[in-house]
Design a protein. Structure first.
Length: 87
């Protein structure tokens, strides 16, 4: 099956959804980590990473909490969000 949504569109959509969904949590440094296309169900699986801006001013505490990775499922047929999972 040939993809209908361009790879760049899938990445842009995934980043947009994550930015919107986690907006109230103050995420920063959003970046693409991995991408693959699942032919079986027509889904772009896009893994993104980001930091949460915690209220704690101590940088050691912030670093100990680590980077967050999410796997975002984007429908190939219409670019809609299918899922957000922990990676």
């Amino acid at each position: 099956m040939e993809a209908q949504v361009d790879i760049k569109e899938a990445v842009a959509d995934a980043k947009k959804y994550v930015s919107e969904i986690f907006a109230e949590e103050g995420i920063a440094n959003l970046s693409l980590e991995e991408i693959e296309f699942d032919d079986a169900d027509g889904t772009w699986n896009v893994t993104v990473g980001f930091d949460r801006v915690w209220s704690d001013e101590n940088p050691i505490v912030r670093m100990a909490r680590g980077r967050i990775y999410k796997r975002i499922g984007i429908s190939d047929s219409d670019g809609r969000l299918r899922y957000v999972k922990n990676r």
